[in-house]
Design a protein around this ligand. Structure first.
Ligand SMILES: *Cc1c(COP(=O)(O)O)cnc(C)c1O
Length: 341
């Protein structure tokens, strides 16, 4: 049982019960939450369980509403998963570097040690290394697919092997899955009780400023995250605007198509530039690019008002820049600048 892995104090915890949690019917007069009664559009607390928004996301993603946790960005789910499962100064998480930095930051905040089983030089899972790095303290394995900062989808067969053979949680961060020619693991959710999937509205959906992260997992696990979250973690504006934006699938799909076309063009254009050594294959909305000298290119671009991400100090990413795919104009500006450096 996945609940056997949860920290004892979390299992025993009685959650804060918000006024709007306790009352479930319909009413005319709300005198239960000490709100200001005068209508400002935002004088009422938001729905703590985000019922309407979750139903819409469930429909869109083909999962049950009870299998969804919504967070203030995916980062909230990463933090809560570590807090729910990892005993501080005792349990550990496993990551496959180079990868997204928040897993280590959230672990560090919670006094949970991080073990790394680095990806191979072509950014694939080193399966024997991952399996041999698992110990009795390993509670969560974080896999990012498509991976940030390398951009590639990780091998599905290897991920499945890890899910089947590891008794703790396997968290697959699919922040960039909308840009990949792959459905990811959401369709397999019901097959595995230890599988957790993270997605977000921050990338393909163009809503980074609203902060809405999605976590898909078994109902039992979602109940635990829901129990320990802040009661009103998703504000009214975010709930309303994201609900409305989810109707815009056509617009989102058009953006993705445009970004994929631009990714192809930018990749070709970069290869024609002298200071570019290699452009890694990408299933995401960015490219990892190996330069002759990433640091100096980074600073020179900055002087021209162009900001890219310097990843040169990261494991396996020596002299690499991570470049987000912009509009056709922005990408052209970048290429011109690189040509003139
Ligand atoms: C951008 C990103 C996220 C962050 O998502 P938010 O929902 O904006 O917090 C999560 N994981 C990875 C790998 C990312 O690159």
């Amino acid at each position: 049982m996945i609940t056997d892995l949860i920290r004892k104090n979390i299992l025993q915890l009685k959650p804060y019960s918000a006024a709007r949690d306790e009352f479930k019917g319909t009413a005319q007069v709300f005198l239960d939450a000490n709100e200001n009664p005068y209508d400002t559009a935002y004088n009422r607390y938001p729905d703590p369980l985000q019922v309407k928004l979750k139903e819409s996301i469930a429909h869109l993603k083909g999962v049950k509403a009870l299998e969804i946790f919504l967070g203030n960005g995916s980062d909230e789910a990463i933090d809560l998963l570590i807090r729910a499962f990892c005993e501080p100064n005792q349990d550990t998480i496993l990551i496959t570097e180079p990868t997204y930095g928040m897993y280590s930051v959230c672990a560090g905040v919670n006094s949970v040690a991080v073990v790394s089983a680095p990806l191979t030089p072509d950014f694939e899972i080193d399966l024997p290394l991952v399996l041999s790095s698992i110990t009795f303290t390993t509670k969560i394995i974080f896999l990012c697919s498509p991976n940030n900062p390398s951009g590639n989808l990780l091998d599905k067969g290897k991920i499945e092997h890890i899910i089947k053979h590891f008794h703790g949680l396997v968290v697959i961060d699919e922040a960039y899955i909308d840009f990949a020619n792959d459905l990811g693991f959401a369709p397999s959710l019901s097959q595995y009780s230890n599988l957790v999937i993270l997605q977000t509205l921050s990338k393909a959906w163009g809503l980074a400023g609203l902060r809405l992260g999605m976590c898909f997992a078994s109902e039992e696990l979602i109940q635990v995250l829901t129990k320990i979250k802040y009661p009103y973690n998703i504000n009214t504006v975010t709930q309303e605007l994201t609900y409305a934006s989810l109707m815009n699938t056509e617009k989102k799909d058009a953006w993705i198509a445009e970004i994929l076309t631009e990714r192809e063009k930018l990749q070709q254009a970069l290869l024609s530039i002298k200071s570019v050594i290699k452009v890694y294959p990408s299933d995401a909305n960015f490219l990892l690019v190996k330069m002759v000298n990433a640091k100096s290119t980074y600073h020179n671009l900055m002087k021209k008002g162009i900001v890219v991400r310097d990843r040169s100090s990261i494991t396996q990413c020596e002299d690499c820049l991570r470049i987000t795919i912009g509009t056709p104009n922005e990408n052209q500006t970048l290429i011109e600048a690189l040509k003139n450096l």
